[in-house]
Design a protein around this ligand. Structure first.
Ligand SMILES: [Zn+2]
Length: 179
């Protein structure tokens, strides 16, 4: 590893942007859409006007159906086509794995005639893996929208702050963040 210095600098910058790999949430109230700087939300590079249309994540268990039939809030987001596709597939895989594991846990508990608490323990154990993966390896960008309120989740802290400034949003500083 001859070029130790640049790698060290890159790692330091990444750690500064992603301490513990946790994401930064931005809350934006009373807006129909969100303004972004002209940078890809996934790779951070210039997008030259390219954007992708993303759908909001489900809010609560009852939000699953609107999400499955693609009726959650759409948002136009600056991203390269390939970056947007990877982002969409990653969110899809994560959400579907949660849904499938939770359903499988309930079905198995019913089949084994377990008590409610045993069933809850099983489902919690099964969904813990995708949830922990999401917490420590957050996707570059995702959002929810409910009651006129956007919750935008960014892997890049600096981008989150920039978007908050552009939309009069509030950055929800994570308690684990050390600065
Ligand atoms: Zn990109």
């Amino acid at each position: 590893m001859a070029a130790g210095k640049p790698l060290g600098k890159r790692t330091a910058r990444w750690l500064r942007r992603n301490p513990l790999g946790l994401s930064t949430d931005v809350i934006v109230e009373s807006r129909e859409s969100i303004d972004f700087p002209g940078l890809c939300v996934v790779c951070g590079k210039d997008v030259s006007g390219t954007s992708v249309r993303l759908r909001g994540n489900p809010v609560g268990f009852h939000g699953m159906l609107p999400w499955i039939i693609q009726r959650t809030k759409p948002l136009i987001v600056p991203a390269h086509r390939s970056c947007g596709r990877v982002l969409w597939l990653t969110v899809l895989w994560r959400n579907m794995s949660l849904l499938v594991l939770a359903t499988a846990g309930v079905a198995l508990a019913l089949w084994l005639e377990w008590s409610r608490w045993q069933a809850l323990g099983l489902v919690t154990g099964l969904v813990a893996v995708p949830i922990l993966w999401h917490v420590f390896c957050p996707v570059a960008f995702e959002f929810t929208f409910k009651g006129g309120r956007f919750v935008l989740s960014f892997r890049d802290h600096e981008l989150a702050v920039k978007v908050a400034e552009m939309n009069e949003g509030v950055v929800e500083e994570d308690v684990n963040r050390c600065r």
